[in-house]
Ligand binder design. Structure first.
Ligand code: ADE
Length: 242
């Protein structure tokens, strides 16, 4: 997958050299480039923002550098990338969206700052490429940089070959519309607390049932919205009894 990120703070992306994302970059699974928006400015102050039309506090990112950045990174003669713009006004980012983005050959992230990017940049881009505004949640960050780190981590771990054990993708929270059951490792007793007996029983049927029950209970307690949204077809008879 190819990924381009445009930001006025390229230094935010230094952690993308680390750990599994760093390895995905090193082995070519992820071809990632970070671009400083200011290279597409032409004044001595390298201005990227201005006051909002209509008044109000804060500053808005000017359209010209963004227009040039998108022209350079998504030239008309090649297949357009999907433009992803993190913003608190976007659609909620979910595991389903992570899967959708992981299937794209080329993502282009535009990191807004201040009160956001002049709307015409997105409107113009939408005439020649898919544009997705994405929100991490109902809170406001300083800008899109941290959101891109989050989105990219969620997406990269879904790329083929990135996770050593692909089975962990099938089992994890959100994979089945449920939160994952609690996990334990050795020792069996720690500070007087025991690992549940069932997990040490070797009875895979009982273990699977226990995990399913724990996942249901956790989801019902912590995320009743997820349980309410779940297709009843995905519940089995034992779930309903529980
Ligand atoms: N930029 C500022 N706030 C944001 C949020 N909640 N999600 C994604 N990008 C953002």
């Amino acid at each position: 997958m190819r990924v381009d990120i445009v930001s006025i703070f390229p230094e935010y992306f230094a952690p993308l050299d680390l750990s599994l994302i760093g390895r995905a970059r090193a082995n070519g699974t992820l071809r990632l480039a970070v671009h400083d928006l200011r290279i597409w400015t032409h004044d001595v102050h390298r201005t990227v923002d201005d006051t909002p039309y209509g008044g109000g506090p804060g500053m808005v990112m000017r359209p010209e550098p963004w227009g040039e950045a998108l022209d350079a990174l998504a030239p008309a003669e090649v297949t357009a990338p999907r433009l992803v713009v993190p913003a608190p006004t976007g659609a909620p980012f979910t595991q389903a969206m992570a899967h959708e983005l992981a299937a794209e050959p080329h993502l282009l992230f535009a990191c807004g700052r201040y009160e956001g990017i002049d709307q015409r940049v997105l409107d113009h881009a939408a005439t020649r490429m898919p544009v997705t505004e994405v929100s991490l949640g109902d809170y406001v960050l300083f800008g899109g940089e941290v959101a891109v780190l989050v989105i990219l981590e969620a997406v990269t771990r879904l790329l083929p070959g990135v996770l050593g054990n692909a089975g962990s993708l099938a089992e994890e929270s959100h994979a089945h519309g449920l939160l994952e059951a609690p996990m334990y490792t050795k020792p069996a007793t720690w500070r007087g607390l025991e690992v549940p007996e069932v997990l040490r029983s070797g009875d895979h049927g009982r273990i699977a049932r226990w995990r399913r029950d724990e996942a249901l209970t956790r989801t019902a307690t912590r995320r009743p919205d997820m349980l309410a949204a779940m297709d009843p077809q995905r519940l089995d008879k034992r779930d309903v009894a529980a």
